[in-house]
Design a protein. Structure first.
Length: 113
């Protein structure tokens, strides 16, 4: 993750912050940004991981990167991964999100024809 645009952290397609943004991380507290100059003193009750869709060329891969990173951060900090309604993320919710991405990919492909 690299600090960047809009004062969020971003995961780019390629190392060194190059390529399309795959997903972003915002501060859960308003206004959602990070003050990079004061990170050592920062505390927050949560982070928001998100993929902007449509966006990355491989939307499913971007989602999987985001999910893997969010789970690793939660594990390392002793936290939980929550869904958009702030419930603990379940296998069913993950599968539903994957299906929504597949549906979006199909709609975009049909439109492009």
């Amino acid at each position: 993750l690299r600090f960047g645009d809009m004062n969020f952290f971003h995961r780019h397609e390629y190392e060194a912050g190059r390529g399309a943004i795959q997903f972003s991380v915002a501060n859960m507290m308003q206004p959602g940004v990070f003050d990079i100059d004061n990170m050592a003193d920062m505390t927050t009750p949560g982070l928001v991981f998100f993929v902007t869709l449509p966006g990355p060329d491989d939307m499913m891969k971007a989602f999987e990167y985001m999910l893997e990173t969010a789970q690793a951060v939660a594990r390392n900090l002793g936290g939980d991964v929550l869904d958009e309604s702030r419930s603990v993320l379940t296998r069913q919710t993950i599968d539903h999100s994957r299906q929504q991405i597949r549906d979006l990919e199909r709609r975009l492909l049909a439109r492009a024809r």
